[in-house]
Ligand binder design. Structure first.
Ligand code: FAD
Ligand code: FES
Length: 258
């Protein structure tokens, strides 16, 4: 069930120049959160930023009643959020959207491919998949090492591969050219820049591997009311905020073939 709630910031980490994380405590009973779901954050104190900003749920601790957001500073809204400090409140609408599929047989071979801020939803996914006893690999890509935050956080849950455009960390090149990308997998999940996700989807389709993509279209209402986030699927137009952000590529041929 969706809830609008004031969370309290209990931790803030600066992760290089462009990224930071906020850990937020509910203070009561938090709604269950599926991997791939997101929040709409109210940005206060920035008059030009009227609309809430969609941010993926990066991590969840049900016992403590906390969730963590991983945020890349790109404009006025995220820059304002970067100034928040421990003890301040953040108003969220959560949990939103339709997340990743996590039901699968024990021993399934899973690949998660994240680029830039698209890394964010994959940590909660990797943690939940660990409880299903699947065999997970995560590949994280970015232009430089600085732009791949929180890579260590994945290590308890998956084999981790890194690809950077400049070779400053891991494999030098695109994440889809990383040697682990072409392994044998039962399912591939991806979130990140659209060209990266389309390349992942095309490769998965060519290899007959099931694949889910998490789209990051621009959003306003976040609940399916304004239609500003619509994407064209093989089954017609779909609201990314409500019917996504996660889509199975079996319905997205038009999207990934463009
Ligand atoms: C479902 C979903 C989940 C997301 N999860 C995360 C996350 O976990 N962490 C994170 O850092 N970001 C995430 N984003 C992107 C984030 O919402 C935007 O970066 C943010 O809204 C930008 O707000 P701003 O006011 O700082 O920038 P604005 O001033 O609104 O925009 C600055 C620049 O960023 C571009 N931009 C804005 N929104 C997007 C977008 N959705 N996709 C691509 N470019 C955009 C604009 O075109 C502009 O060039 C997510 C987006 C969606 C739709
Ligand atoms: S953001 Fe309004 S319908 Fe999706």
């Amino acid at each position: 069930m969706k809830e609008i709630h004031d969370f309290t910031i209990i931790d803030r980490q600066q992760l290089g120049e462009r990224y930071f994380s906020l850990t937020l405590q509910h203070g009561g009973t938090m709604q269950p959160i599926a991997p791939g779901q997101f929040v709409e954050v109210r940005v206060e104190g920035e008059p030009g930023v009227m609309l809430r900003r969609p941010i993926s749920i990066h991590d969840v601790d049900e016992t403590r009643g906390t969730l963590t957001l991983l945020i890349q500073i790109v404009g006025n809204g995220t820059r304002r959020l970067a100034h928040l400090t421990i003890g301040e409140h953040l108003n969220l609408v959560y949990p939103l959207g339709h997340g990743f599929t996590t039901q699968m047989p024990t021993g399934s071979r899973v690949l998660m491919v994240g680029g830039g801020a698209g890394i964010a939803p994959l940590l909660h996914l990797a943690k939940v998949l660990k409880t299903k006893a699947v065999n997970s690999t995560v590949l994280l890509g970015g232009r430089t090492a600085d732009l791949i935050p929180v890579r260590e956080a994945f290590q308890p849950y998956a084999k981790v591969g890194i690809a950077t455009d400049d070779g400053s960390l891991g494999y030098k090149g695109l994440v889809v050219d990383h040697p682990d990308f072409v392994g044998t997998y039962d399912i591939i999940y991806t979130c990140g820049p659209t060209p990266m996700m389309k390349a992942v989807a095309r490769s998965a389709a060519a290899r007959g591997i099931r694949c889910e993509v998490s789209l990051e279209n621009m959003m306003a209402c976040g609940v399916g009311a304004c239609l500003c986030c619509v994407t064209d699927t093989d089954e017609g137009h779909r609201c990314v905020c409500k019917e996504g952000p996660v889509f199975d590529i079996s319905t997205m041929k038009k999207w990934y073939q463009q």
